[in-house]
Design a protein around this ligand. Structure first.
Ligand SMILES: Nc1ncnc2c1ncn2[C@@H]1O[C@H](COP(=O)(O)OP(=O)(O)OP(=O)(O)O)[C@@H](O)[C@H]1O
Length: 758
């Protein structure tokens, strides 16, 4: 049906502005929609593949849309009109048609190269162990077999997504142990995560004729774990794990001490980004004295870097990056120690070589004097340049390890032809890459789908609806992944899932959206509109007003002495700066006026009246380039649009903050759950169905990459394209790319990366 009743009014989907769909959807969930014929409760269907329509909760199907007169456009003189206690937003009149955005039908990608079936090149290599592997169900193709048996000398395996590099690494190790009888203690297997190392050992122990004892003797782990073990062995006292700075806040504390010397404001200077920059320099083997700052910001960070290193060394502390740097120095200063390790380790297998950084590369060059290095990587999946990784090392490998053999794995065993062809078409536009075309093993009728929600909210609703339908049809929650470019991109989908009964997991380290500094500040203004005595809220608005934290004690005392609210006391503070006092003076009247406004207008009022933009600009300029403060406010406005009063919005925020904590605790225990993940974290994983959020310019490619591109730098844009490639190649059977019409309250345009397939 296209019609429903909300509080005695008929709403017709043919006349409803698209931006109201989510609002009506929510009203349905709250039981506020009725069938105009039978008066039973109905809901709005908002899914991916079928058009929006109303449906009866009882699944009744025989009601027909009544013929009705189009409702008169509702008066525009107030923000809301109240009908029987239910407020209808008239700033977004539900009955005007002229600016209605049509529901756009989803579209399957059709511009794809045709599928050609290749006979699976089962390895013709006459090695008994390879034959045995094949007989035991570990199928291998010729190139995989070639990579497995080439154990002497340097070998570079360029392994496209889903081409079985994990299988190659494990089978090669098994082959070395069993067929070549190589002493496991001479083999070093380096992986990107500790989980991957454990998984490889586990898989290895299931290979034919593998002895557990041998598998246990292999040295497998991340660069950090392996080289830290070496360091700790040589100087247990200095590298005692009690002295490790594990948490970012510990490191930031040291930076903040240095920042005080520069008079940097703790709330305004982006210490998190400074820390990331310091890590980048350390991993690039660039000591504080060697940094050549390129901006005033980098000058400050260089000063902090120097302070950080000195403090650590005075206090005998170290961080994760020091594990690699320390080992590099140990080898450099002690040739005999280096020689002993060169002697001990004869074979090296290194996974995810495209994400190696300078210090890791140099360590391998130092220790691998045998030359038996097998590096496996995919330049198209290099996505960690901000940490100092560089796919250039894949290119350098052939120079630095002369006579290296190169094997290319381009058979994709994970995904359908339609997904692989989409990925190929996207990545081929990158200029800095080794040319290769992935080839799939199977084809299907369901090509990847582009769908077009109105905005982030509708995007989340559609995806959750789609998953619900698929789960009813037999899929398991763990078949799904929802991937996003940055953590803030997951807010709407998190909220929709939190309000559903579907199990899901999300990364535990992510700062909840409503706790983000800029968002929290804005919400505090709204909180004060409801309670002028809210001390936490007053504390959180001080930075926005450029008032020092120390004033808080004075205001509290003032409010007791003068018997006024704490907000009134703040308003009367004398700072000695006329422009600031002017702003403070209007605090009470502006905040009291927010009451009568919708949350969206209230936020716009605070922005305008208190120069929120200036504050954000100041912080944003120095802030994290991925998540700008102004974007946070835009995201908050998208949320605010769905609520009719400040109290309702704040209730929702409190509920979601609590849910966030609860779900983080719960998700540890779930093993059959939907995955919500950044694209970065999804690397190496595979899912039957993948949804990619926000495939629009500004999201992917991210705005900062577009800015660099405008300034003539292609590198960031190419890395963004690799990110989309990684996201797309996680899907085994079905891929959905979401192209919302609006993002962060503005018109959005499909990602330029999709041009070859749209
Ligand atoms: N020769 C083969 N025949 C059939 N299936 C294979 C073969 N090689 C690997 N596979 C399967 O293909 C899938 C992808 O392999 P794997 O996870 O090792 O890929 P990958 O190269 O590590 O992928 P990515 O780099 O994209 O994370 C796995 O399910 C694996 O079991």
């Amino acid at each position: 049906m296209n019609t429903a009743m909300i509080d005695q009014n008929i709403i017709d989907l043919n006349q409803l502005k698209r931006e109201n769909y989510q609002f009506i959807y929510d009203a349905g969930k709250k039981g506020k929609l009725q069938c105009p014929v039978c008066k039973e409760p109905v809901r709005l269907y908002l899914g991916i593949e079928r058009e929006p329509h109303f449906y009866h909760l009882s699944k009744r199907e025989n009601c027909q849309d009544p013929i009705h007169k189009t409702a008169e456009p509702i008066a525009q003189n107030d923000e809301y009109i109240e009908r029987n206690g239910f407020k209808i937003p008239i700033s977004r009149s539900i009955s005007t048609v002229e600016t209605r955005t049509e529901f756009k039908n989803p579209k399957r990608i059709s511009k794809l190269s045709p599928f050609t079936k290749k006979e699976n090149n089962l390895s013709s290599l006459a090695h008994p162990y390879i034959q045995l592997l094949e007989n035991e169900g570990f199928a291998l193709d010729t190139n995989q077999g070639e990579a497995i048996v080439s154990t002497n000398g340097p070998l570079l395996v360029i392994a496209g997504a889903g081409s079985g590099k994990t299988r190659v690494l494990t089978a090669r190790t098994a082959y070395m142990l069993h067929e070549e009888q190589i002493d496991p203690r001479t083999i070093m297997l380096v992986t990107f995560t500790a989980k991957a190392a454990a998984e490889m050992k586990n898989r290895l122990s299931h290979y034919p004729k593998m002895e557990r004892k041998h598998v246990g003797q292999l040295l497998a782990g991340t660069f950090h774990s392996i080289f830290y073990r070496i360091l700790a062995f040589h100087d247990r006292e200095r590298w005692n794990s009690h002295k490790l700075l594990k948490k970012d806040w510990q490191k930031e504390q040291i930076l903040k001490e240095g920042g005080r010397e520069l008079n940097l404001d703790e709330k305004e200077f982006a210490y998190d980004l400074a820390l990331q920059q310091i890590g980048f320099w350390k991993n690039s083997l660039c000591l504080p004295s060697q940094v050549r700052p390129e901006s005033p910001w980098e000058e400050k960070v260089t000063f902090l870097y120097d302070h950080y290193e000195k403090t650590k060394s005075q206090q005998g502390l170290f961080d994760f990056d020091d594990m690699l740097l320390g080992c590099f120095q140990l080898f450099q200063e002690n040739p005999s120690i280096l020689a002993s390790y060169q002697n001990r380790f004869q074979y090296f297998l290194i996974d995810e070589f495209q994400d190696i950084n300078k210090v890791q590369y140099e360590l391998i060059r130092m220790i691998a004097s045998s030359g038996n290095v097998c590096a496996v990587g995919d330049d198209d999946q290099s996505i960690y340049s901000f940490r100092g990784s560089n796919p250039e090392y894949l290119q350098k490998f052939e120079k630095d390890f002369p006579n290296a053999k190169v094997v290319v794995l381009n058979e994709n065993y994970r995904s359908t032809h339609e997904i692989v062809a989409t990925a190929n078409a996207i990545i081929q536009k990158n200029k800095e890459r080794k040319p290769k075309v992935m080839h799939a093993q199977r084809s299907t009728s369901s090509a990847p789908m582009l769908f077009f929600p109105y905005d982030e909210e509708e995007e989340a609703t559609m995806i959750v609806q789609d998953m619900q339908e698929k789960i009813e049809a037999g899929y398991r929650p763990s078949d799904f992944a929802i991937l996003f470019r940055t953590n803030t991109g997951s807010r709407a989908v998190f909220e929709r899932l939190a309000n559903s009964s579907l199990p899901f997991t999300i990364d535990l380290d992510v700062e909840p959206f409503y706790e983000r500094f800029i968002v929290k500040g804005m919400l505090s203004f709204l909180k004060l509109a409801l309670d002028e005595e809210d001390q936490h809220a007053v504390r959180d608005i001080l930075p926005v007003l450029f008032v020092k934290n120390s004033v808080l004690q004075d205001i509290k005392a003032e409010s007791i002495l003068k018997d006024c609210t704490i907000l009134e006391a703040l308003s009367a503070v004398k700072t000695g700066f006329a422009f600031q006092e002017k702003k403070l003076r209007k605090l009470v009247s502006v905040i009291r006026s927010l009451h009568a406004l919708s949350p969206l207008t209230a936020i716009e009022t605070v922005e305008r009246e208190f120069g929120y933009g200036d504050f954000i600009k100041k912080r944003g300029n120095e802030g994290n380039k991925l998540d700008k403060g102004s974007d946070d406010i835009r995201d908050l406005k998208v949320v605010a649009k769905g609520f009719r009063s400040i109290a309702e919005l704040l209730d929702h925020v409190a509920h979601m903050t609590a849910m966030n904590r609860e779900i983080k605790n719960l998700s540890k225990e779930l093993d059959d759950a939907i995955t919500l993940s950044t694209i970065h974290r999804s690397k190496g994983l595979e899912y039957k169905v993948v949804y990619v959020l926000g495939a629009v310019d500004g999201s992917i490619p991210h705005d900062y990459a577009l800015d660099s591109y405008r300034n003539g730098d292609m590198a960031a844009l190419e890395e963004e394209r690799r990110l989309l490639y990684v996201a797309v190649t996680r899907a085994m059977e079905e891929l959905y790319l979401s192209i919302p019409d609006n993002r962060r309250g503005k018109n959005a345009h499909p990602s330029r990366f999709l041009a070859p397939v749209r």
